[in-house]
Design a protein around this ligand. Structure first.
Ligand code: UGA
Length: 435
């Protein structure tokens, strides 16, 4: 099938490359000429394992190309995906839909023949209705079906998530839309991924409900971790002990410094607003948002406590800045309030991250950046593990102990075991398992 993908951000680029890999003919469109020129040179603007090779292979096979021209590819496409950004609107937490609506108007002006227009961006319930209204208003003759097809990709694992999904959700009540999306996703039926057809508004809500539920699960285990510390329990074992119950499940029960990223914080806030707009209140999700924000801010205090309370003049080495491993994404990363808090308390902060140093320098310009974990730890009063990159899971601990000024480690991802750290002579604290 011929597909136009509007937006070459994270979702658009991964989805476009994967659809091309299924054998479809995909053109990715973006207004940003610099980005398109870079993509044509084979340069990928984001860090995502496997994406560069996937793009290169499909460009070479002439199934994938990039352009700033929307009209041509949309006219030729049987399916047009809208994968533009929906950032939090400044001030009120609503999702900003201006890019989605601008894309809808442009699509309306260019469609030829029957076309399925699919929103892939995370959009509030009812956005599909508005996209359809805008297209019909701009072009009453357009033969379109507007469907919702939310994505469930995790950064760092996006290609695997796309190719081996737990499910694909398609929201449209129109048979022609179901048929087209069924054809597009047919290759995944080999992986036995269930294709769930539902109504458009239901699909839109599924996306928000999924992210809010996962954010709730994380926030729940984080609160239980705080309680574990107070009662002398081990959160790793509590999580395993509850997760082995199939009704609960083991995933997303890893306690840490609070969730971040471009999705959970934005989507939980937007869901609260969606409910308010419809005269409803989501008390659980509201609490999740507040508890998580407070938690991220409280992490600096946790580090200060590990050092006896006073950080003035102390050197703190921070390992990991991205909101999670295998990405360079710093959006809403727990490292930001942590480092800001440490600096406010008078600490000198040094940091290292395998991928996000460029992004981090923009967010946190006033700290020192090091070339690796050991340069970072050299002479430090404490080491804080904030992101669980694989390379931080196998640090040369005796070496660290030798080069640090004081052997204090605060492990916010529970990468190490308290007994092994104690044996090596570290003063070690982690999440949810300190007495
Ligand atoms: C999330 C969802 O997992 C995807 O299904 C969804 O498609 C995506 O949002 C989206 O809406 O686009 P992502 O934000 O890339 O994906 O990353 P996650 O792996 O879900 O992690 C989110 C945050 O939760 C990270 O800060 C991570 O450290 C934290 N987390 C995750 C925990 O603290 N504990 C866990 O057990 C799991």
């Amino acid at each position: 099938m011929r597909i136009a993908m509007i937006g070459t951000g994270y979702v658009g680029l991964v989805s476009g490359a994967c659809f091309a890999d299924f054998g479809h003919q995909v053109t990715c469109v973006d207004k940003d000429a610099g980005k398109i020129a870079a993509l044509r040179r084979g340069e990928i603007p984001i860090f995502e394992p496997g994406l560069e090779a996937l793009v290169a292979a499909n460009v070479t096979a002439s199934r994938l190309d990039f352009t700033t021209d929307l009209a041509g590819p949309v006219a030729e496409a049987e399916a047009v995906f809208i994968a533009v950004g929906t950032p939090s609107r400044r001030g009120d937490g609503h999702a900003d839909l201006s890019y989605v609506y601008a894309a809808a108007r442009e699509i309306a002006a260019s469609v030829r023949g029957f076309t399925v227009v699919v929103t892939k961006s995370t959009v509030p319930v009812g956005t599909g209705d508005e996209v359809e209204r805008l297209i019909r208003e701009a072009n009453p003759w357009a033969d379109v079906v507007v469907a919702s097809n939310p994505e469930f990709l995790r950064e760092g694992a996006a290609i695997r998530d796309f190719k081996f999904p737990d499910r694909i959700v398609v929201g449209t009540s129109e048979e022609r839309g179901r048929k087209a999306l069924g054809d597009i996703y047919r290759p995944l039926s080999l992986n036995q991924a269930p294709l769930m057809f539902t109504a458009r508004r239901t699909a839109e809500l599924i996306k928000y409900a999924a992210n809010a539920f996962l954010a709730t699960k994380i926030t729940f285990i984080n609160e239980i971790a705080d309680l574990s510390e107070k009662v002398g329990a081990d959160i790793q074992e509590v999580a395993r002990g509850i997760g082995l119950d199939n009704r609960i499940g083991t995933k997303f029960l890893h306690a840490g410094p609070g969730y971040g990223g471009s999705c959970f914080p934005k989507d939980t806030r937007a869901l609260v607003k969606i409910a308010e707009d419809h005269g409803a209140q989501l008390r659980i999700v509201e609490s999740v948002v507040t508890v998580n924000d407070n938690r991220k801010r409280a992490m600096a205090r946790k580090v200060a406590n590990a050092l006896g309370g006073n950080l003035r003049g102390k050197t703190i080495a921070v390992l990991g800045l991205a909101f999670k491993p295998d990405t360079d994404d710093m959006r809403e990363a727990p490292s930001i309030p942590l480092i800001t808090g440490l600096c406010d308390m008078g600490a000198n902060v040094r940091a290292f991250d395998p991928a996000s140093m460029k992004e981090a320098r923009r967010e946190l310009p006033d700290i020192d950046y090091c070339d690796d974990a050991y340069a970072c730890a050299e002479g430090a009063d404490a080491l804080v593990i904030v992101t669980e990159w694989v390379q931080f899971r196998a640090l040369d601990l005796p070496r660290l102990k030798r080069i640090m000024k004081r052997p204090i480690v605060v492990d916010l991802r529970n990468v190490y075991r308290p007994d092994e750290m104690a044996e090596l002579g570290f003063v070690y604290s982690s999440v949810g398992r300190d007495k």
